[in-house]
Ligand binder design. Sequence first.
Ligand code: GTP
Ligand code: MG
Length: 698
Amino acid sequence: MRLEATEEDTRPMPATEPTKIRNIAVAGHRGVGKTSLVEALLFESGKANRLGSVEQGTTVSDWDEHEQKRGMSLSGSLCHLEWKDRKINLVDTPGDAGFQADTYAALRVVEGVLMVLSGVMGVEVNTARVWKRAEEQELSRVLFVNMLDRERADFFRVLEAARQQLSDRCVAIQLPIGSEHELTGIVDLLHMCAYMDPSGGREGGPQPIPDSMADLVQEHREKLLDAVVETDEELMGRYLEGEELDPAAVADALKQAVTRDELYPVACGVASKNLGTTALLDLLVEGVPSPAKKGTTIEFGDAKQAVFIFKTIADPFTGRISCFRVLAGPVSGDTTLVDPRTHAKERLGQVLLLQGKDSEPVDALGIGDLGAAAKLKDVVTGDVLVDHEVAVEPPHIDFPEPVMSFAVTPQAKGDEEKMATGLRRLSEEDPTLIMRRDPQTGEQLLSGLSQMQVEVAVDRLKTRFHVDVELHPPRVPYKETIRKESRARHRYKKQTGGRGQFGDCELILEPLLGEDGEMGYEFVDKIVGGVISQSYRPAVDKGVREAMEHGELAGAPIEGVRVLLVDGMEHNVDSSEMAFKIAGSMAFKEAYQKADPVLLEPIMQLEVTVPDDTVGAVNGDLNSRRGRLQGMDPAGGMTTVKAEVPMAEILTYSQALTSMTGGRGDYSMHFIRYEEVPTHVAQKIIDQTKREREEAHA
Ligand SMILES: Nc1nc2c(ncn2[C@@H]2O[C@H](COP(=O)(O)OP(=O)(O)OP(=O)(O)O)[C@@H](O)[C@H]2O)c(=O)[nH]1
Ligand SMILES: [Mg+2]
């Protein structure tokens, strides 16, 4: 990231009016051409001098070295351009399910979403997912069917899929001229003109529509007009009377309809050749509402200046960069705001415009505009900063829950601290990357949405923070419990000259299951007649608790036990707390053996969404993982399978799913409860633990 020094001797530039801003998130499934499309839009508007490509790693928005290495977007990227006296802010978002945090955060700061679809693949898992999010947030949506030059691409098939699977209010606003490798241009049905394929150069301006297209254009122009006038009574009247509607009036009605979420125009083109960008830019300007028209739902009280932080970049050179949307303003450089979450003052030295990795200071940013500031102290993604302390409820972005965890260890001993610092910085950048220590196994766990996300974090630890780490599948947090009542007595007695040790207690163990299925622990003092003094009884409890930390079966913690201290004996000289603690611990262990102890494992609720033709394979695989199918929900070519699966069987699911579905599958899961491990599986785990114990003692 480069920060440029402010030029001296320039008059302050006024902030852009909210009516002149369009904030748009470019979203969709993985690899449909979002980054290429952003590149083409920047190029067509003159903001970029050449049309960069993803293959060559030369696009504005995939600027990170790991993005270039992998040929995909890994985080959101903020860009801006001017078109017809409007400022368009574009947030290029990653399509991969593992990097959705930035996509969801971006949806909080825009009025419109440019949904990019592949002309070959149509509506895919993540298209539908982002669409749903956009719908929940009532964002205006424009679709762009890309890659129409590819073999088997079909605009009309994708249009139909969008109407079936996303909304029947999707309507074509552009049409391709020709198809696949014979695609030569596109028709703009709103302005009734054509744009020919510029083959990667700038588009040459509107052309007449080829005569051969007349019928098709007529048909779809009518569909478009029907759809638009249906949302506008006044226009409908004029239309029915046979009046020729002028494009400006239609555009205006279209914009109102898009603003009210009543219509979703479908555009098309070829991002990698810069075909379709003029008409698309026109559509974004004319069709997507400005922040003045469709304000934000984020609270900022009566603040005169307020910004919402939607993204944090942990830059190794410039430090932390916080991207924000101005909620109240204008906000200029040299401003001090306060973060009501921490009550800390945060100074915005400069306000910046970002263009991928490049930044440029500006005098001020107005309401609705998107920008950034460097070196804020304690700000995290999701914070709202205000000019004076007001009680604001920061918006809930609702990031997806992590679905997989790996244990991480530094390769070099002594790098633990460095690794922890690096991981902390990376999880600031990506809130779905979660670092925690497993209290049971003591392992440092890194959890995320996909294996790739965790692997990218490992790559970044190396390149940015210079620490090499290894990933291991994490240990499953097993538990142990008992199935029946048992009783045992233990006398701990030592006579070693001088003062000896004496503790004696008798315990009854009972299975304990709380009302809500929670397995707890209860210690009940049933001593009568003071056979053990009051002062020694807590020591027995302590000894029992210690013994419960590592069960005899697999060294897992024991839960779900009520322990009754029913009898015992003490010695007036030799008894001590220590002696009773040991007696308690030993008595528990003996009783535990007799109480039919069992091993418990965490069960996950799994939801897998896969193409219909792979459902058989996916179900068969879940079966072999001891999964229990609970239901299937087919919708538009994809089926969502619900199942309960033991965590131990699903630690490395993502690779299997990728190979079964050719990368078209997706899943999420969360913990639901503990269940007894089936005997044959349990025996393996018990044997394994035994071996490990023997090795450790060898
Ligand atoms: N033939 C053809 N290829 C395209 C087109 N648009 C993009 N591509 C190529 O498709 C691949 C993916 O493009 P990207 O722009 O990285 O797609 P994306 O949607 O940003 O991908 P993610 O950010 O990883 O989700 C790249 O190799 C592009 O060059 C297009 O219109 N036609
Ligand atoms: Mg991309």
